[in-house]
Design a protein around this ligand. Structure first.
Ligand SMILES: NC(=O)c1ccc[n+]([C@@H]2O[C@H](COP(=O)([O-])OP(=O)(O)OC[C@H]3O[C@@H](n4cnc5c(N)ncnc54)[C@H](OP(=O)(O)O)[C@@H]3O)[C@@H](O)[C@H]2O)c1
Length: 225
């Protein structure tokens, strides 16, 4: 097999999972270039990483940045933060689908995205519905290898304070103790394990559309790291 070094692009690299993912991909040393698409300036002191502050409303104008082998999408917001359903949908549906289309057009081999447990385009819950729709739209594209990660509640240290998630996180520490057997899929998961599973599946030659529920993400992360 030819030993061609890969190139990556991460959308959402400033987020809880995206930040862990960037660090992991650097550690693995199998990417010769990692482009980070961000909306606010960040510093990187590693020459493998290139930070690009972009206007996500104009993603289509950054075609050259999508000339990579692997595209990772860790974008996301909450309705509370976005302030409207429309604005939420932009971040969780429109930008990821636009990115996936550009990845497809530029011949990327892999597209890896985080959605959420309960993603379902027919869900009555708006969040799950949008997550299901993004999965559906991306799965129709002819990217050779698509990986969809559906985590449950994410655990990890955030700069911002999210009251609802903080309460859920505290409760989940106790609940995780009893989340065994049929309850295992609902167990909260460390953001770094989601990142590890993404990095791990990017190393495999698995083709087609692959969907990973939360407990499967946890298993992949533990087996491969
Ligand atoms: N939180 C949970 O418990 C949970 C559970 C299941 C699934 N998920 C999903 O998992 C994924 C990753 O979650 P996370 O907690 O790591 O996300 P996060 O920490 O909130 O990070 C989200 C990323 O998206 C970027 N972003 C948000 N709004 C944007 C906008 N308008 N334009 C451009 N970029 C924008 C953020 O940039 P800035 O840093 O500039 O804001 C950040 O890089 C998301 O899709 C989320 O829905 C989360």
């Amino acid at each position: 097999m030819k030993n061609i070094k890969k190139t990556a692009l991460i959308l959402g690299a400033t987020g809880l999972v995206g930040n862990e993912l960037g660090k992991l991909l650097l550690q693995q040393k199998n990417y010769e270039k990692i482009h980070l698409l961000v909306r606010r300036p960040i510093t990187s002191n590693n020459s493998t990483c290139e930070v690009h502050v972009v206007d996500f409303e104009q993603l289509h104008t950054y075609k050259e940045l999508f000339q990579v082998t692997d595209v990772f999408c860790c974008l996301g917001t909450t309705i509370k933060k976005a302030k409207s359903k429309k604005a939420f949908r932009k971040v969780d549906y429109e930008y990821p689908v636009e990115a996936a289309k550009m990845a497809c057009e530029s011949g990327a081999e892999k597209f890896l995205i985080i959605t959420a447990m309960g993603s379902n385009p027919k869900s009555r819950i708006f969040y799950n519905q949008v997550k299901g729709e993004v999965e559906e739209s991306i799965s129709k594209l002819t990217i050779p290898s698509i990986h969809i990660f559906r985590p449950s509640l994410l655990l990890g240290k955030r700069d911002e304070f999210r009251f609802g998630e903080k309460i859920a996180e505290k409760a989940s520490i106790l609940l995780n103790l009893i989340m065994v057997g049929p309850l295992r899929p609902f167990k909260a998961i460390e953001a770094k394990n989601v990142a590890a599973a993404m990095a791990s599946m990017a190393r495999t030659g698995k083709s087609g559309v692959n969907i990973y529920p939360s407990h499967e993400i946890e298993r992949i992360a533990k087996e491969n790291n």
